[in-house]
Design a protein around this ligand. Structure first.
Ligand code: SF4
Length: 224
C-alpha cells in the first residue's frame, strides 16, 4: 500500500507509456510545453468536467470524479463515469436500485496505435474498483475524429500490462533519473521535442558507440 504522499497522477502513466523520457522530463524535471494537440486536449477535458452531472432514465452521469488507489499508488480524475441501472452494481445516494459504473474518457483525436489510452482508462477503472469495491468489466473512449464511442474491455491481459506500466512508472520516479532519448515516429507529435532534442541525443549515443569501438583493444592483448 502506498501512502498519500507517494501517489502519482494517472496522466503520468499515459506519458510513461507514450515515452518514458517524456514522463521523466515532465514529472521529474517539471518541463512542460504546450502545443496545438495538448492545448486542444486540455480544453476538451475542461469542457467535459465543467458540463456538470446529469440524470436521465436508467443512467446517472458524473463528470470530473476524483479517483484514487492506495494499492496502485495513483490519483487522478475521470472525465465521465456513467452509472447504468442494473441488476448488480453499487448504491447511489438519493437513487433507488443498483448502478453499474462505466468510465468514459474523451480524446480529441483518433485512436492511438500504442496502448497508452487503454492503459490510462484501465488504470482509472482499477481506481474506481478500489473506491467502490465493485468490479468494472468495460469502459469507453469518445474520440473526436471520427466522433464515435469505442468500447474497451478490461481484459486480464490489459490489466496485467497496466499494472506493469504502473510499477515501471513508480520505479522511474523513485530513481529520479530521466531516461535518455530514443528517436522514433512518436517524437514528431511530442510537445517536448524542442526540450528533448532526440536526434541530437541519438547522435551523441552513436558517437559514444563509435569512440568505444575505435579505442577497443584487440581480444587477448597481453598488455591490456
Ligand atoms: S521528443 Fe521523442 S524521445 Fe523526446 S520526449 Fe518526446 S517522444 Fe520522447
Amino acid at each position: 500500500m502506498f501512502s498519500e504522499d507517494d501517489l502519482l497522477p494517472i496522466s503520468a502513466l499515459q506519458h510513461y507509456v507514450f515515452c518514458p523520457r517524456q514522463c521523466g522530463l515532465i514529472h521529474l524535471e517539471q518541463v512542460w510545453s504546450e502545443n496545438l494537440f495538448t492545448a486542444e486536449g486540455r480544453r476538451l477535458h475542461e469542457k467535459v468536467h465543467d458540463s456538470g452531472d446529469e440524470s436521465r432514465p436508467g443512467v446517472r452521469t458524473v463528470r470530473g470524479l476524483r479517483l484514487r488507489s492506495l494499492r496502485l499508488g495513483l490519483v487522478g480524475q475521470a472525465d465521465v463515469v456513467e452509472f447504468q441501472q442494473s441488476e448488480v452494481g453499487v448504491e447511489l445516494p438519493g437513487a433507488d436500485g443498483l448502478w453499474r459504473p462505466f468510465p468514459v474518457e474523451y480524446k480529441r483525436g483518433k485512436p492511438k496505435r500504442n496502448k497508452s489510452d487503454e492503459i490510462q482508462l484501465c488504470a482509472q477503472a482499477m481506481c474506481l474498483e478500489e473506491m467502490l469495491d465493485f468490479p468494472i468489466e468495460c469502459g469507453a473512449f469518445f474520440y473526436g475524429r471520427p466522433r464515435r464511442r469505442t468500447q474497451v474491455d478490461f481484459t486480464a491481459e490489459l490489466r496485467q500490462r497496466t499494472e506493469q506500466a504502473i510499477q515501471d512508472l513508480h520505479d522511474l520516479i523513485d530513481s529520479a533519473r530521466t531516461p535518455t532519448a530514443r528517436y522514433g515516429k512518436k517524437c514528431d507529435s511530442c510537445s517536448l521535442y524542442q526540450h528533448c532534442l532526440p536526434k541530437a541525443t541519438g547522435v551523441r549515443k552513436n558517437l559514444d558507440a563509435y569512440m568505444q569501438k575505435a579505442f577497443e583493444l584487440p581480444q587477448g592483448d597481453p598488455d591490456a
